[in-house]
Design a protein around this ligand. Structure first.
Ligand code: OFO
Length: 174
């Protein structure tokens, strides 16, 4: 059985994961407007992955006989100054999420809730990967500066990312 405090904190993280998906969908839409389809594809796959994170929290709360509480999801920004600014914002967001996951793990330890602590292990490792993959793109965009050729190559590369969850329709029909 989850403590009240732990349950509240897990529900808050579920909301943050949904916001992460919202944020990356917003970034995907921004890239669609710039006709950077590869970047948009990468962001859609990222948003999809975030829905998977939200689902993990959802399922875990029920596995522990808790109650999911869905709160309003904050509206994400619509525009960024540049592709680099969007990825820098994504990197900052992932660092914030890592901090939240670490705080959750600390709370689980404080509460001697070792099941939740074990559940969070996956997220602790995942955040290392999340931060690293976004940071790599930030660095490449910094290298590209204003070069359309490098941006085009990067767009091709990011277009290769495959969706994570089978069964979700994230590709447009057009
Ligand atoms: Fe991007 O890792 Fe979840 O939020």
């Amino acid at each position: 059985m989850l403590s009240e405090r732990m349950l509240k904190a897990l529900n808050e993280q579920l909301n943050r994961e949904l916001y992460s998906a919202y944020l990356y969908f917003a970034m995907a839409a921004y890239f669609e407007d710039l006709n950077l389809e590869g970047f948009a594809n990468w962001m859609k796959a990222q948003a999809e992955e975030e829905l998977g994170h939200a689902l993990r929290f959802y399922n875990y709360i029920y596995d522990r006989n808790g109650r999911v509480e869905l709160k309003a999801v904050k509206e994400p920004p619509k525009e960024w100054e540049s592709p680099l600014a969007a990825f820098e914002a994504a990197y900052e967001h992932e660092q914030f999420i890592s901090k939240c996951i670490n705080e959750l793990a600390a709370l689980a330890e404080e509460e001697k809730d070792y099941s939740t602590r074990a559940f969070l292990e996956w997220f602790i490792n995942e955040q290392v990967e999340e931060e690293a993959s976004v940071k790599k793109i930030v660095d490449k965009l910094k290298f590209a500066k204003d070069s359309p050729q490098v941006l085009f190559m990067l767009d091709q590369e990011l277009g290769q990312r495959q969706p994570q969850l089978p069964g979700l329709l994230l590709q447009s029909e057009g």
